[in-house]
Design a protein around this ligand. Structure first.
Ligand code: FDA
Length: 305
């Protein structure tokens, strides 16, 4: 049943008409639990609050189904607005973005031009940029873009997903770049031909890559709400005397808020992924797919004024 619900929400997340409709009607159905607001000003206010509590942030301007150059350029403009807001308000925040929203599916020239603009602005304001990882069909291309950008920029990192069979090799191949990587389990529906179908195998592979990347001496972001993974990381860093400034935990805005604050109190660096913008629908559906228990919360939201 849970798997059916997951598949259903992932299916809904890809619906273009619903995405457009949701954009028109504003943050609804309890989505504000996971999305900081529709404007940069609302996002800045939320980030200030999080920073005040000792939490670092990575901000994400939401955008789905970018299918022409004009839209990709607008997405890049909005990411630069976010970078400038971080600089202007002296926020403790990085930036996250997706290569499809920068024009990856349109052409190499469009995505590279937009990324160069963004990384130049980010460098000027001392902001680190993480390239989110999308579905398997775009994995190699995303890694290639990251490698190319890494030749000219220090302030860029990417994401590696533990559910893919190829991941261990990617961690090894990227090691020579000493990359700052965010390690995650993976959020998309993938075929068993490319990804571990069993959760236990994903978790085992996740632990393996966390250990490898840390012991390789690289900066590692462990982005998970899973207590077993957090405990495993704590144990590994203790065992191998890895300093607290070589890694950080990351969680999504609105998920396990209390645990986020506890980790700060325990002396760990904790970063919250803060999405904002009018294009909240797909992101919101993926969060429901991850944890169908949140649906009860959404149903309550639907009946609230
Ligand atoms: P998992 O979903 O396996 O849950 C394990 C346990 O965590 C649960 O049993 C429960 O105890 C606890 N838990 C989970 N959700 C909870 C909730 N809502 N409330 C309370 N407890 C909860 N993916 C991707 O493909 N590309 C990307 O670029 C990113 N980027 C990214 C950034 C950040 C900061 C995060 C946190 C995550 C991502 N992800 C991602 C998503 C990631 O791949 C994954 O889908 C989710 O984090 C869910 O997996 P978990 O590791 O959290 O544990």
């Amino acid at each position: 049943m849970e798997q059916l619900m997951r598949d259903f929400f992932l299916f809904l997340s890809k619906n273009k008409s619903l995405t457009k409709l949701a954009k028109k009607y504003g943050l609804r159905f309890g989505a504000s639990r996971f999305v900081a607001g529709e404007t940069i000003d609302l996002a800045v206010a939320k980030i200030r609050e999080l920073n005040k509590n000792g939490l670092s942030v990575t901000i994400d301007y939401l955008g789905e189904f970018v299918d022409n150059e004009k839209e990709a350029n607008e997405m890049a403009d909005n990411s630069i607005v976010a970078i400038e807001a971080i600089g202007k308000h002296k926020l403790n925040s990085q930036l996250s973005l997706k290569m499809t929203s920068m024009g990856m599916d349109i052409s190499d020239a469009v995505v590279m031009r937009n990324m160069t603009r963004i990384l130049d602005a980010a460098k000027q304001h001392n902001v680190f940029v993480t390239i989110d990882m999308e579905d398997y069909s775009r994995c190699q291309k995303t890694i290639d873009i990251f490698k190319k950008l890494r030749e000219d920029y220090d302030n860029v990192g990417t994401v590696i997903q533990a559910y893919l069979y190829r991941t261990e090799k990617d961690i090894d191949d990227l090691n020579s770049l000493h990359p700052n990587l965010r390690l995650v389990k993976g959020a998309y529906k993938e075929s068993p031909e490319v990804a571990f179908p069993e959760k236990k195998d994903v978790d085992d592979n996740y632990k393996k890559i966390i250990k490898t990347h840390l012991l390789n001496g690289n900066y590692t972001a462990i982005a998970s709400h899973d207590e077993a993974i957090i405990e495993y990381t704590k144990q590994i860093v203790k065992e191998h005397n890895i300093p607290n400034d070589q890694f950080e935990f990351q969680m999504l805005y609105g998920i396990r808020n209390e645990r986020q604050l506890e980790l700060v109190k325990e002396g760990y660096k904790m970063r919250v992924y803060v999405p904002y913008g009018t294009d909240w629908y797909g992101y919101f559906m993926r969060r429901l797919a991850e944890r169908p228990a949140n649906v009860a919360f959404v149903l309550k939201g639907m009946f609230k004024k």
